[in-house]
Design a protein around this ligand. Sequence first.
Ligand code: ADP
Ligand code: ZN
Length: 217
Amino acid sequence: MELTKKNLVFMGAPGAGKGTFSGLLLEQVKLAHISTGDMLRAEKASGSELGKKLAAIMDAGQLVSDELVGEIVESRLSKSDCDTGFILDGYPRTIAQAEMLNKILTKIGKKLDAVVFFDVPDEVVLERLTARMSCSKCGAIFNKLFMKPAKPGICDHCGGELIQRSDDSLETAQGRLKVFHESTQPLIDFYRESGLLMPITELDKAKIFQIMLDGLK
Ligand code: ADP
Ligand code: ZN
């Protein structure tokens, strides 16, 4: 395994742990964190016309259009803080997005170094998603089952109120998982064929975290 891979994609089912893993890594390594989910939620929260359209799609657990996320990602990747490396968290999610990403990267003179795939069984992911709470102020993620906040309903970091994301209800979570298997799973082969795929399971997560950290520092 190559150790100094700086331009990364994190891929995996919703709730597979991409966000948590990125957070831990970014505490120690300087990489730009590009979460399309976070950027889309920010737009949704702004209450703009676009935000209202996004709300309908995201609350139903569906994917936002490839064109729209492509535009968001292109302008974000063009910023100078991406020059030292980046984590694309939750993008690409379809073959069309992966092809668009290749075009964007060629255009701005960059290339991907690795695609980290978080391989987690559906049952585990569903249990986690429905127990997931996030801070309404700082976005920190907690879990009612195994990463409990010190005080129920209150963020350990900033004291903000913890809420369940509107797309984390059981029904929507199941729908998002289905979307993952239908639209995103094919990307695993796409990136395996290009030699970029780096799979991580729950068992080797801690070990790989350390290897990545050592390589990236
Ligand atoms: P998770 O990783 O838990 O599924 P995200 O925060 O990454 O959640 O995404 C939340 C929602 O934002 C998705 O369900 C989808 O509606 C939208 N979204 C995020 N990234 C993409 C993307 N690359 N393509 C299309 N829609 C996206
Ligand atoms: Zn907080």
